[in-house]
Ligand binder design. Structure first.
Ligand SMILES: [Zn+2]
Length: 67
């Protein structure tokens, strides 16, 4: 029996571009738009965390059968 492996995906809004995927930078000649370097123009971060469920039980192969 295989253990259940739950994969959780958490989503964060990129604080640099605030979810836009690009950043406006004001210069003397006006505003220029840069692709966000932090989130790779995604606007969001994804973080996956692996959680093992049912790991509290002892998993040694001792047989409990009485003789
Ligand atoms: Zn960003």
């Amino acid at each position: 029996m295989a253990k259940l492996k739950l994969k959780e995906i958490k989503k964060f809004i990129c604080p640099t571009c605030k979810g836009n995927g690009y950043v406006k930078v004001g210069t003397e000649s006006g505003e220029t738009i840069h692709q966000c370097w932090d989130c790779d123009s995604e606007g969001e971060f994804y973080e996956t965390t692996d959680t093992l469920s049912g790991d509290s039980n002892g998993n040694d192969d001792s047989n409990d059968s009485l003789h």
